[in-house]
Design a protein around this ligand. Structure first.
Ligand code: EPZ
Length: 421
């Protein structure tokens, strides 16, 4: 298994380009199933999760051409001949649930294993099952998963009011409604930037979606949609992570090819905590800053993104005074803090959703294991500011969401190596 070996203390300089968003590319790959015509996806992030999603498409019978040089993927869904998702691939990718709706909408049936949870939470799919039933699908639970069949052969439009905000739930019901007969109204929708991006792609293909990016989305069902092209939007979580990396290392670095607007409350909160940032239209420059303790509660977009909670928690270990980090969305997303404590941090867990962070604390290099991709990249940042050497095992988790990350950080001056054992 590969691991990262990091020697802390390096000052960074230069610029780092943000790549295409994992959480946008995954949705477009699922959306290609709705049509029988080609889709060209540009600015594609080649990471573990998108590789698995491509394997799922190929297993279904689609042809997928990959051009890493041009960061492009071309999907031809015309040859899809299967409606059962491969259980091995589903187990590797929690967001494989995104394929269920488009397969059901186009072919009238779908079968898959429960995509399972992960360390950040058990990740239930009740909102998905309830939504599919609202569209007129019958659900049979199998031993390890479920089978859905459109009762009258075709799905019917529905009104769905999400009892709680769900990003992939919103995206899945929006995709499913595209081919359902009649007008669907979705209420209490997530508003993450990846959702209007997905709607824009689907409308280019001939769908009729209004309101994506707000809490209410209307979809007028159509008989079929066509192929088109999609430019994956910049990864806002990469951008936010790199901003906090610049602040943590007291460096002036330029984060390029990003969309600062997609970071919502994150930048204003960092500035409230003393961050000196130059914010341009498609870049952010961090400057050495005297940071202070500011408590945060994670919240759906445009609030403070849960995917940026872990680097922020690390940042709070380095500032004077006490702060509370409240992870309101996932019940298992703070358990990485014990590994920061093993490096010298002083983080007290009040309950699975809340920690008190006391700073500043000096961190010392340690042997760590990446529990999930966002805590994993946080451990990389911790190793970059710790005294001594830090090794991080299980970096598959980091490769899930950050393409070629060690080479990109080395270019900024970080002392990080990938060791293949
Ligand atoms: C998406 O996950 C993202 N993944 C996550 O990013 C992100 O952390 C999350 O949204 C929140 O922003 C992708 O886009 C592929 P949810 P998703 O449904 O859609 C509960 C990363 O690191 N819930 O918005 O799976 C759920 O347990 C990943 O890139 C149900 O109870 O998250 C959670 O508490 C991690 N029943 C809350 O809703 C359901 O049927 C919000 O989850 C579905 C969700």
């Amino acid at each position: 298994m590969d691991k990262f070996v990091i020697n802390g203390g390096a000052k960074l300089s230069g610029s780092i380009a943000v790549l295409g968003a994992k959480n946008s590319a995954l949705k477009i790959l699922a959306a290609t199933v709705l049509s029988d015509q080609k889709c060209i996806i540009n600015n594609f992030p080649f990471i573990e999760d998108t590789n698995i999603a491509i394997e799922i498409l190929r297993d279904l019978g689609a042809s997928v051409d990959v051009d890493k040089e041009r960061k492009m993927v071309i999907v031809n869904p015309a040859t899809i001949n299967k409606t059962v998702l491969d259980p091995v691939l589903v187990r590797k990718l929690r967001s494989s649930i995104l394929f269920a709706g488009p397969i059901l909408a186009r072919f009238g049936q779908v079968q898959m294993n429960h995509p399972g949870g992960c360390v950040i939470g058990k990740r239930p799919i009740d909102l998905f099952i309830n939504g599919f039933e609202k569209f007129g699908a019958g659900v049979d639970f199998t031993e390890d998963g479920f089978k859905l069949i459109a009762k009258s052969g075709k799905l019917k439009a529905s009104n769905i009011f999400f009892p709680q905000i769900t990003v992939t739930g919103t995206e899945t019901m929006m995709m499913t409604a595209v081919l359902a007969e009649g007008k669907t109204i979705l209420n209490n929708c997530a508003m993450e930037p990846e959702i209007p991006a997905l709607a824009e792609y689907l409308n280019k293909c001939g769908a009729k979606i209004k309101g994506a990016g707000t809490h209410t989305i209307e979809i007028e069902g159509v008989d079929k949609i066509y192929g088109s092209y999609f430019d994956v939007i910049p990864d806002r979580i990469e951008a936010g992570t790199f901003v906090m990396m610049g602040l943590l290392t007291g460096s002036e670095i330029k984060i390029e090819n990003c969309n600062p607007e997609h970071l919502g409350a994150v930048l204003p909160i960092l500035e409230k905590a003393g961050a000196k940032l130059e914010i341009g239209e498609n870049y952010i420059i961090t400057k050495p800053s005297q940071m202070k303790a500011v408590s945060v509660v994670t919240h759906e977009y445009p609030g403070f993104a849960t995917d940026l909670q872990s680097p922020y928690t690390l940042l709070m270990t380095q500032v004077q005074d006490q702060s509370i980090v409240h992870e309101s969305i996932f019940e298992g997303r703070l358990f990485f803090t014990d590994q920061l404590n093993s490096m010298g941090a002083n983080i007290i867990m009040c309950d699975p959703h809340r920690v008190v962070v006391n700073g500043p604390t000096k961190l010392y290099g340690k042997k760590l294991t990446s529990p999930d991709l966002r805590a994993g990249i946080t451990m990389v940042l911790a190793g970059m500011i710790a005294e001594g050497t830090t090794t991080i095992e299980n970096i598959y988790q980091i490769d899930r969401g950050y393409e070629n990350i060690e080479a990109r950080l080395q270019k900024l001056g970080a002392d990080i190596k990938r060791v293949t054992s």
